[in-house]
Design a protein around this ligand. Structure first.
Ligand code: SOE
Length: 407
């Protein structure tokens, strides 16, 4: 067995928990070429960090993320912090020769993303971006079916990622501040569906035809400012969970300067047309990450709120017996990617399994082995960031934007 892969994680909120679980579970459920060691976790709050490190079996903790970069024993730095910190932390880790895994989106701005992409191109460390939904078995199956030509030429990509935790009772967090997040629902949620659209089709977007962004909630209570809040899914900041009572927010407020919703139309190089919609205020939708592909040979549809199912329509079946079929992607006999590592047939997987599947593939890639599915590196994620930027320009300037304009 090769020497262990020692991980340093930056961040102890929502993604800190998701990534700690992923690194801790990978060797338990996958036969990997290296053992993962949770070496050190870094975050700002010393008071909560010690208990966090104990709870998630980290060997050590520090309030200086630079310690991870300077520690020669650490092989991979995992950046699970808000978007405005991604570049500084990833660039320092790459310069120190580390492998780097970074949360999505690659960065809050195209400039930061470009710097990360360029540094990665020159670094000896491998890079990864946590576009976790690729590794839902149902979406992994969709990727296989498209590659097998079961859809033929793709005509349509139709994707929306709708949440509803961002209403007026949600207080101010970094996610609603442009200087921290770069954008709102757009960079947070359209990032996922643009990645999935590119991943599933294997094609690239060449033009954004039009876009609109909207900020519905312009003022948000600053917590500790006497405000109250509603429980909700929350984002990386680990917002409240559960129903919680809803009381009208009151107290000191701050301006939200990012989109609560962002929609745009686009074309792919291969000719497909696409629509993308992201919202944090789509009442009734909780974590509705939906993508549908319509091709000459058939169609696929995935909805994360029923994440073990893939809907498939096969044109070859004809009108008499054709139509949408529900594939329950939980075959443990190797029919559906990753499932055989978890439970017997039909036991279903959840949100966290995509992260464990990805941690396992990262360990394989670092060891020079082939991951089950392609892994998004900084260069791949930069292409998604270019599309996001083109849409922001299209919305601001009310015009079509070719990707060739956005470098
Ligand atoms: C937003 O609330 C969020 O946490 C995203 O940031 C994640 O990427 C998504 O997986 C769930 O929702």
């Amino acid at each position: 067995m090769a020497k262990p892969l020692r991980i340093g994680l930056i961040g102890s909120k929502f993604m800190g928990r998701a990534h700690s679980n992923a690194w801790g579970q990978a060797n338990r459920f996958f036969d990997l070429p290296r053992d993962v060691v949770l070496d050190t976790v870094a975050a700002r709050d010393a008071e909560t960090l010690g208990p966090f490190a104990t709870q998630w079996d980290w060997e050590g903790w520090t309030t200086r993320w630079q310690d991870l970069v300077e520690d020669e024993a650490i092989d991979l730095v995992d950046v699970g912090t808000p978007n405005d910190l991604h570049a500084e932390q990833a660039l320092a880790a790459l310069a120190a020769g580390k492998h780097v895994a970074c949360e999505k989106p690659l960065a809050g701005t195209l400039d930061d993303a470009r710097a990360m992409q360029r540094a990665a191109a020159k670094s000896k460390g491998k890079t990864f971006v946590w576009f976790n939904y690729r590794r839902c078995p149902a979406l992994a199956l969709a990727w296989q079916l498209v590659r097998e030509g079961r859809l033929g030429r793709i005509h349509h990509v139709r994707a929306h990622y709708l949440q509803s935790w961002g209403g007026p009772d949600m207080p101010m967090t970094w996610r609603f501040q442009k200087k921290r997040a770069g954008s709102g629902a757009h960079g947070d949620l359209n990032a996922h569906i643009v990645d999935l659209a590119r991943f599933l089709t294997g094609d690239e977007i060449t033009e954004v035809h039009g876009a609109v962004t909207r900020t519905f909630v312009k003022e948000r209570v600053i917590e500790g400012g006497g405000g109250t809040r509603k429980g909700g899914a929350g984002g990386k900041s680990g917002g409240g969970k559960g129903a919680g009572g809803t009381q009208r927010a009151a107290g000191r407020t701050g301006r939200s300067d990012v989109d609560d919703a962002a929609l745009f139309l686009a074309s792919f190089k291969g000719g497909a047309v696409a629509s993308f919609e992201a919202s944090r205020v789509a009442s009734g939708h909780l974590n509705r990450n939906v993508i549908e592909l319509n091709g000459e040979g058939g169609s696929l549809r995935f909805d994360f709120e029923q994440m073990n199912d893939l809907w498939f329509h096969d044109e070859a079946l004809g009108e008499r017996t054709g139509g949408w079929r529900r594939i329950v992607a939980t075959s443990a006999a190797g029919k559906h990617p990753y499932v055989e590592n978890w439970w017997p047939d039909a036991h279903g997987l959840g949100y966290e399994h995509g992260f464990v599947n990805m941690a396992a593939d990262i360990v394989r890639a670092v060891a020079g082995r082939k991951p089950t599915l392609p892994l998004p590196d900084f260069a791949d994620a930069y292409e998604t960031q270019r599309v996001l930027e083109a849409a922001l320009i299209a919305a601001k300037e009310r015009r079509a934007v070719k990707l060739s304009e956005v470098r």
